[in-house]
Design a protein around this ligand. Structure first.
Ligand SMILES: [Zn+2]
Length: 74
């Protein structure tokens, strides 16, 4: 049975998002580092290569750190 024909139990979207886990199986980690998305889920093999966020994660980190720096500078 391939990963495309296997059935997975429903995963809570909030759990998967906050734990940075695969949205299909809820087990595999989505990131290899702080900002790099894995090409496939290591647990179920879901292809994540189409989920390229571009500069989105870097912009989020820059805005968050900028908020802290500006907030501490006042
Ligand atoms: Zn998975």
């Amino acid at each position: 049975m391939t990963s495309e024909t296997r059935h997975f139990a429903p995963v809570s979207l909030a759990h998967a998002a906050f734990a940075c886990r695969c949205p299909r199986c809820g087990e595999g980690r989505l990131f290899t580092g702080l900002l790099n998305v894995r090409p496939t889920c290591p647990a179920c093999g879901l292809d994540l290569s189409a989920q390229d966020a571009g500069d989105g994660p870097a912009v989020f980190v820059i805005l968050f750190l900028g908020l802290i720096v500006v907030g501490l500078g006042r």
